[in-house]
Write a protein that binds this ligand. Sequence first.
Ligand SMILES: NC(=O)c1ccc[n+]([C@@H]2O[C@H](COP(=O)([O-])OP(=O)(O)OC[C@H]3O[C@@H](n4cnc5c(N)ncnc54)[C@H](OP(=O)(O)O)[C@@H]3O)[C@@H](O)[C@H]2O)c1
Length: 329
Amino acid sequence: MAQTIRWGILGCGKIANKFANDLKLVEDASLAAVASRDEARAQAFAQQYGAPTYFTSYEDLVSAPDVDVIYIATPHGLHHEHAMLCLQHRKAVLCEKAFTLNSRQTVEILQYAKAQRVFIMEAFWTKFLPQYQKVTEIIQSGVLGPIKWIQADFGFNPEPPVAPRLTNPLLGGGALLDIGIYPVFLAQSLLGIPVDIQAVATFYDTGVDEQCSMVMKFSSGAIATLSATLSAHTPVEAVIAGTEGRLLMKNRFHNAIGTVEIAMGKDEPTPIEVHREEGYGYQFEARHVGECLRKGLTESPVMTHNDTLQQMQTLDRIRAILGIRYPVD
Ligand SMILES: NC(=O)c1ccc[n+]([C@@H]2O[C@H](COP(=O)([O-])OP(=O)(O)OC[C@H]3O[C@@H](n4cnc5c(N)ncnc54)[C@H](OP(=O)(O)O)[C@@H]3O)[C@@H](O)[C@H]2O)c1
C-alpha cells in the first residue's frame, strides 16, 4: 500500500462534498478520482476538490489502478450494489450509513469482503469524533455509575423539494435509516443489543417512516428512549444518565460541533473540554481508514463488521415492529 492513501469518491452528492472538503485535512491522503453519473457534476467536483481524474461511470472508477479506497456516497438503497462493485474490483471501501437496507445485504457484503480479503468499513463518523470518544472514556471511568437511562433525538424538516432518497423505498427512504440510526447507534454502542424494543411511527404515502420513536430495554436494566423525525427541527441532543451523574451531548450530538456537559447528582451541568479541528469532522474516520490500510487490515478495530451487522439487525427489528418493508426485504 502506497504511503499516501489515494481516495476515490463514488457519487458526487451532498455528503460527498463535505467528505472531499475534509479529506484535505487528512495527512498522507489524496483525492485521486471521482465518479458521477453526470459529466458536468463530475468535472466540477474534481476541479473544486483537486482530483486529477473524473469518470462518468462508477465502473470506471472502481477499475482505476491508482485508487486505493473508495468512499461510497450514494443513497443507502444503492450501497449493496456499489459496495459489491468495489469489492469485485478488490477496492477497499468506506461506505456511508446506513450500510445497507437490511442485515441480509450486510451479511452478503461482509462475507464477500472477507473472501476477497478487502477492507470495508461503515462510515459511522460519529464513532471517530473526539466528543464521542470523550463520552465513552467518562462512562468507562465509572464516575457516572452504571448507565440507567439514555434519551436521544435527531430531527429536521427538509426544505422542499425534499430529496427523493428520504421518501423513496427503493433508495432506502425513511427517518429511521437516515437519521434514527444515530440515536440507535448511541444507545447500542453504550448499552449493547437491546433485549426488548417498542416502537411507533407515522408514515409517508410511500410507506416509509416520516417519524419514529423507540423505547429499548437492555439486559443491564437500562432504558433508552430514541426518536427521529423528518418533519420538525428537534434539538438533536442526547442525555446519558447513570446512578451518580449524567452527560449531556448538546447541539447536534452526532456531529463535530456537538458539545458535552457533565452534571453530578442534582448539580447544574458544567462543560467538558473536547478536542476541536477545522472541517466538518469527516477527517477522523478518513484518517482511521488510512491507518487501517497501512497496517494491511481488512476490518476496522473501532467500527467492526460486527458493529455494523448488529446495528443493521436492530434496525431490522425496529422495521419489523413498525411494518416498514423495502423491496429487497
Ligand atoms: N455521514 C453523514 O453525516 C451523512 C450525512 C448525509 C448523508 N449521509 C449518507 O450519505 C448517503 C448519500 O446522502 P446525500 O445526502 O449525499 O445524498 P445526495 O445528495 O442525494 O447524493 C447521493 C448521490 O448518489 C448518486 N446516485 C446514484 N444513483 C442515484 C439515484 N438513483 N438516486 C439518487 N442519487 C443517486 C448521485 O451522485 P451522481 O449523480 O453524482 O453519480 C447523488 O448525487 C446516504 O446513504 C446518507 O444516509 C451521511
